[in-house]
Design a protein around this ligand. Structure first.
Ligand code: URA
Length: 236
């Protein structure tokens, strides 16, 4: 269910505020009945909404967006505790979009949002194994043995991870920066894998999904995927 004024705005009638005015002044009907209350919700799949007698509908066009998620945002459309969500960062309201997969509250980086259910399913289905690349700062510096364990598969809780890639990029005094590539997406998987080799994650950023990478998109910013990127994802 969706608020009537939001549904109207998505259908290209006017801004949400202007739509509220249209509702109040009796221009809008739902299933043939004029509504003037503000709290009305509609089911986009069932209800018929008319403005001055003309049936309105969202365009239904497919939308593909890339967001560079900052730390401190929930990967969800709504949060039951009112915390900021990734949707708050994307000021695009014409279609209802939702995040594909999940980044933790304390993880930053590349997140795809879409209204294409088929693509979302494909990208998150374990059988497709789209590789995901992360940059992480780890506590301490793993030795060859640790790296080998990471690469060959680890037990995290009651699950053995499939082979993953890890490369040390930079070594600092009490930490290091690594690039990690995994083909799975279990809950907090990178964090659990790093913890399991004794080098917990200090910070974590996703930089790529398959061949789609963040590039120079700044944290908190978003852009539409290019047609090449969309084609690549749909062909996976
Ligand atoms: N692995 C994690 O541990 N966290 C993420 O957000 C993504 C992958």
């Amino acid at each position: 269910m969706e608020r009537l004024q939001k549904y109207m705005a998505r259908s290209g009638v006017a801004s949400r505020r202007k739509c509220e005015e249209l509702i109040k002044s009796g221009h809008v009907s739902v299933n043939g009945r004029v509504v003037t209350d503000m709290g009305v919700k509609v089911d986009p799949d069932v209800d018929v909404v008319q403005v001055d007698g003309r049936v309105i509908k969202p365009s239904g066009k497919k939308v593909y967006i890339m967001l560079n998620k900052p730390v401190g945002y929930i990967t969800s459309v709504k949060d039951q505790f009112g915390r900021p969500t990734v949707i708050d960062l994307v000021d695009y309201t014409q279609e209802r979009i939702y995040p594909v997969g999940r980044l933790d509250y304390d993880t930053s980086g590349l997140l795809i949002l879409t209204n294409d259910g088929e693509l979302a399913y494909k990208l998150t289905h374990p059988k497709h194994e789209v590789p995901k690349t992360y940059l992480a700062v780890l506590k301490g510096v793993p030795d060859e043995g640790d790296l080998e364990k990471f690469r060959s598969g680890l037990r995290i809780e009651n699950y053995v991870t499939s082979p993953a890639e890890i490369k040390v990029l930079d070594v600092f005094k009490n930490s290091c920066q690594v690039e990690i590539k995994i083909h799975e997406g279990k809950n907090r998987q990178v964090r659990k894998m790093c913890e399991s080799i004794g080098h917990p994650v200090v910070s974590l950023e996703r930089t790529a999904i398959g061949e789609i990478s963040l590039g120079d998109l700044k944290q908190g910013q978003w852009r539409f995927l290019s047609s090449e990127e969309i084609e690549y994802l749909c062909k996976l």
